[in-house]
Design a binder for this molecule. Structure first.
Ligand code: COA
Ligand code: AMP
Length: 631
């Protein structure tokens, strides 16, 4: 087996040869003409001229190749007390019929389909059905409100929408259909059809002529075959938070994505065909796209789809039960899930009830992994616990301890080294490279490996401005950090207005836009403050309009309600405070970083450019009023 250094060096010295060899693991209906097309820099394309179908590679290929009766998808839902399994053949047949239903509604190659669904197996089937007919899916996380869904409808302009009557949050039934209807009212673009999965917990009212009942439509449809698409055709669009309120539509291509994701299953996660792999995330996030749906199926694994929480469904032993019952070999979740378990079961009493002998490796990502959580998991589980770092834009790990190539010693707090294919550098503002141990912008030298975003949906210019303009020839990750003497990466913070709440990526800029809409608010700022459980929580500061006299007790509930209605419960926005004025630089820039440091109780320097240093005392006092810094 190749060692890490050799694999990494090969990927850097001759990326085309490296990825061409990896691409042999995928079925192509037409072989590519060129592995990497760099004729239109800084836009790069992988496997140009190649044709394939991602759904064929995820399902049909395994049905034809001897895995027809192996479990492809296990649905485990403690919130509905249900478990169900689909073999590769059964899943292929279900997906083919749903794809036929979509075709029957006129959906074809290149058309967009929005999927707004809870954690039910039909969500995965919907993604694969779109892939089967060459339609481009865009999954919207269920915790987003109607207004956010409407923004995505107007940007993606879908031909059809797939949704369900409800989701279940622990023991609360969340009706999705009213949110869908409201979003369709708000949106300018009107998709022709909606397919609604009726769940017994809440039955949705269907709109005549627009809405179709999922079960009856699929039952009446014939199966659709896989439609070959160009390697460079989009497989999906996934919206993610950026600096402003308008989310960025990350585009994922078909060819590069299939190649890189299949590669990652062995190289990063050390899983082989037939293994059971579980990503405890949500289909609405990139982790759900890559590691609940696509990668495990491309690799011929069994994937687990879990509709529940780490705690409360029903207890902090929930993860251990799933691992034991389904013989999970590798699991992937966010550190916050482990912090939640550790809080409720610090001594790991629930672990003792289950046979975890098949469980080999735990992977964590989505936010910084604090060493306490890492060590707790290591001690309690007695298996490797591997932090790895990536983002929606890449679709797979940028830095990881590549367990299927060569395991490296773990350094708590670091996601280890760059994964083969990623040339990760740390730069100073002038573009020079930082020395080991020095903090700077973490960037990836172009071209990035397969699966990374080729552009933003319908917005090449924003792609260039947001990612490629700061340093010529480099992709800006938006994270700051450093490399140590041994090239281990240390991811320290975001450099933009993105915060990470319970592993969910949120934009403080978007939250500020919501607060600014309140009639009493003149100016506002939202910062991320440290939180023991969720990593970070948003905290709002509002300056009232002249003549308005409101108290925190009166105003804050209104702001919280407005945030839930506009962005959704996932924003976890529950705290805000009124202040007289915002701290700013002389040129008018709000000093959010300084405010966050005061809230977190960490040392800070008064910025030399501050307009009036006395404001910081007012901020300190206002923060004390809402319990910051925490003891
Ligand atoms: N549909 C509707 N509402 C949703 C939702 C969905 N799909 N997902 C979350 N929400 C709601 C929650 O119910 C909660 O509502 P509340 O404010 O009324 O209580 C709110 O959005 C915030 O959700 P969250 O931040 O996830 O908090 P939580 O208290 O429900 O759960 C954890 C906390 C840590 C248990 C949970 O976040 C978790 O398991 N996270 C780790 C795994 C993960 O999903 N990582 C993501 C990327 S890997
Ligand atoms: P998302 O696009 O939602 O996956 O969020 C990506 C962002 O989450 C990254 O840019 C980082 O800021 C953060 N992140 C993800 N994984 C890690 C990690 N292992 N360590 C530190 N930060 C992480």
């Amino acid at each position: 087996m190749t060692d890490y250094q050799t694999a990494y060096r090969q990927s850097m010295e001759d990326p085309e040869a490296f990825w061409a060899e990896v691409a042999e693991g995928i079925d192509w209906s037409r072989r590519w003409d060129k592995v990497l097309d760099d004729s239109n820099k800084p836009f790069y394309k992988w496997f140009v001229g190649g044709e394939l179908n991602t759904c064929h590679n995820a399902l049909d290929r395994h049905v034809d190749g001897g895995r027809a009766d192996q479990a492809a998808l296990i649905y485990d839902s403690p919130v509905t007390n249900t478990q169900a399994t689909w073999s590769y053949r059964e899943l292929r047949d279900e997906v083919a019929k749903l794809a036929g239903a979509l075709q029957g509604l006129g959906v074809g190659k290149g058309d967009r389909v929005i999927i707004y669904m809870p954690m039910v197996p039909q969500a995965v089937m919907a993604m694969l059905a779109c892939a089967r007919i060459g339609a481009i899916h865009s999954v919207v996380f269920g915790g987003f409100a109607a207004a956010e869904l409407a923004t995505r409808i107007d940007d993606a302009r879908p031909k059809a929408m797939l949704s369900a009557s409800c989701g279940i949050e622990v023991n609360r039934v969340i009706e999705y259909k009213p949110l869908l209807d409201e979003a369709l009212e708000l949106a300018t673009h009107k998709p022709g059809a909606c397919i609604i999965l009726q769940r017994p917990q809440a039955v949705a009212t269907l709109v005549d002529g627009r809405d179709h009942d999922w079960a009856s439509l699929v039952a009446a449809s014939g199966p659709a075959d896989c439609v070959p698409v160009q390697a460079t055709d989009p497989l999906y669009i996934l919206y993610t938070s950026g600096t402003t309120g308008a989310p960025k539509g990350i585009v994922r291509d078909n060819g590069g994505h299939a190649v890189a994701l299949k590669y990652s299953m062995k190289a990063v996660y050390d899983t082989d065909p037939g293994d059971v792999y579980w990503a405890a995330s949500d289909v609405g996030w990139v982790v759900g796209h890559s590691y609940i749906c696509y990668a495990p199926l491309l690799q011929g694994c069994t994937t687990v789809l879990y509709e529940g929480k780490p705690v409360g469904t029903p207890d902090p032993g929930a993860f251990w039960r799933v691992i034991a019952e389904h013989k999970v070999k590798a699991m992937f979740t966010a550190p916050t899930a482990f912090r939640a378990i550790k809080k409720e079961d610090p001594d790991g009493e629930y672990l003792k009830k289950y046979d975890l002998s098949n469980f080999r490796i735990l992977f964590l990502a989505g936010e910084r992994c604090d060493p306490d959580t890492l060590h707790w998991a290591e001690q309690k589980l007695g298996i490797p616990v591997i932090d790895h770092w990536w983002q929606t834009e890449t679709g797979w790990a940028i830095a990881a301890n590549c367990m299927g190539i060569e395991a490296a010693p773990v350094r708590a707090g670091s996601p280890t080294r760059a994964v083969p294919g990623f040339d990760v550098r740390v730069l100073a503002d002038d573009g020079s490279e930082k020395a080991a141990g020095e903090l700077g912008d973490i960037v990836i030298k172009l071209p990035m490996p397969p699966s990374c975003l080729p552009t933003l949906w319908n917005n090449d210019q924003r792609y260039l401005d947001a990612y490629l303009s700061k340093y010529d020839g480099y992709y800006l990750t938006g994270d700051a950090g450093y490399k140590d003497e041994d090239d281990y990466l240390w991811i320290m913070s975001r450099t933009d207005d993105v915060i990470n709440v319970a592993g969910h990526r949120l934009s403080t800029g978007a939250m500020e836009e919501v607060l600014a809409e309140h009639p009493d608010v003149a100016e506002c700022a939202v910062i991320g403050v440290a939180d023991e459980l969720k990593g970070q929580l948003p905290l709002g500061f509002v300056v009232l309009k002249a003549g308005v006299d409101r108290s925190n007790a009166e105003l804050v509930p209104e702001l919280v309600k407005q945030m839930r209605e506009q962005i959704g419960p996932v924003a976890a926005f529950k705290q805000a405070t009124i202040i007289k004025r915002l701290p700013k630089t002389r040129s008018g820039k709000i000093l959010r970083g300084t405010m966050a440091k005061i809230a977190d109780g960490v040392d800070f320097k008064v910025p030399a450019t501050i307009d009036d240093p006395a404001i910081l005392d007012e901020i300190t006092e206002a923060l004390r009023g809402v319990g910051y810094p925490k003891a």
